[in-house]
Design a protein around this ligand. Structure first.
Ligand code: FAD
Length: 324
């Protein structure tokens, strides 16, 4: 039995990330006996975000609001989060399987000597246990795991578990005083923002990804237009990043971001295993490639054999007329 579960909220530029609500739902599905669910909120100038989260269905919001927490620093966040875990008494901690969650969760697991199950895509309750499903071997197989002890730590892959519904009950807010760590091994000197206000690739419902087949940075323009019409985000293969057609922030795959959108359109991407590792769980995969033998077609639900510079603008025009 777990006494209470703590969800680690994520937010950026004043907006709560969708994965926070999915993690709250994961906490609910992890609870066999109406376990209280709490939220950890760390950052700076959190007033509006706290307000928004107060109807998220959690019992308590524990927040630490300080300018030292404005940007993610693993040393500070781990210390602050440990303080919240102690105060809340939580025995289960849930993160999004995001850049921050992937970095912070193992630190917390090690500090708590906890078991960890990462990158969970589905949760199933039986009479006496909770089973967590996660992809293995680059998405070629799945395994189901369960915890045998507390404390435990979980990370959930964005876009897989439905978001928690809002609640009429208002969460209690507990503000915890920030205690500056005695010493820090690393400090943030500067944050260089590369992607500007666009949809977060890891949470996008539609991803239009370009590979080496786009041939230049200008070659991404038709993909950006299609993404705009569909309200999606643009991603890339490492081939396109290595060729300097786009920034590495867009890379999807084993060494890039893992995405699970409802629609994934691969344009000029061959379908190497390392790329597939980051997108194979997408609900619907459409591949556009001029080589009918390209491996991506084995994975795709729909394949279009053709030149992406002809096919993508046609799709954009068609979607524009259907959606307007
Ligand atoms: P290519 O394999 O060169 O394919 C380009 C495709 O475009 C071809 O299929 C071609 O037919 C098609 N094409 C060309 N012109 C057109 C056109 N006009 N219209 C339509 N189709 C066209 N890769 C990743 O993506 N993500 C990772 O995270 C990643 N991690 C890696 C980690 C390691 C340790 C290693 C060794 C490799 C990793 N890779 C990763 C690289 C991976 O192995 C591939 O090299 C890479 O995915 C290939 O990118 P691509 O499909 O864009 O390029």
């Amino acid at each position: 039995m777990t006494t209470s579960i703590l969800v680690v909220a994520e937010h950026r530029d004043g907006s709560i990330k969708q994965v926070t609500y999915e993690a709250i739902e994961a906490a609910r599905q992890s609870s066999l006996d109406e376990t209280p669910i709490h939220l950890a909120l760390i950052g700076h100038e959190l007033h509006d975000i706290t307000e928004q989260l107060s109807s998220s269905g959690v019992t308590t919001i524990y927040s630490v609001d300080h300018e030292d927490c404005k940007h993610y620093n693993p040393e500070i966040y781990a210390k602050v989060l440990t303080q919240i875990i102690e105060q809340s008494g939580a025995e289960g901690i849930i993160f999004g399987h995001t850049t921050i969650g992937r970095d912070l969760s193992p630190i917390i697991s090690a500090n708590l000597d906890a078991g960890q199950i990462s990158d969970v895509t589905a949760i199933e309750q039986t009479a006496d246990q909770v089973l967590y499903t996660r992809p293995i071997y680059a998405g070629k197989a799945f395994e189901q795991k369960t915890f045998r002890s507390t404390p435990w730590v979980l990370t959930i892959r964005p876009n897989n578990i439905p978001a928690a519904e809002t609640s009429e009950n208002t969460a209690t807010h507990v503000e915890i005083e920030y205690k500056q760590p005695d010493s820090l091994r690393t400090v943030i000197k500067n944050v260089v923002q590369k992607s500007t206000g666009k949809i977060d690739l890891a949470e996008a419902k539609v991803v239009i990804a370009g590979g080496r087949g786009v041939k230049s940075s200008d070659g991404f323009k038709p993909l950006e237009e299609l993404a705009q019409v569909l309200g999606g985000a643009v991603g890339a293969s490492r081939g396109a990043c290595d060729a300097e057609y786009c920034d590495y922030a867009l890379q999807i795959g084993q060494t890039g971001k893992v995405v699970t959108p409802e629609i994934y359109i691969a344009c000029g991407i061959s379908g190497a295993i390392q790329h597939v590792a980051g997108m194979s769980q997408s609900r619907l995969i459409i591949a556009i490639n001029k080589d009918p033998e390209a491996p991506i077609f084995k994975l795709a639900d729909y394949g279009i054999v053709g030149d992406l510079f002809e096919v993508v603008p046609l799709l954009t025009e068609e979607f524009k007329s259907v959606l307007s």
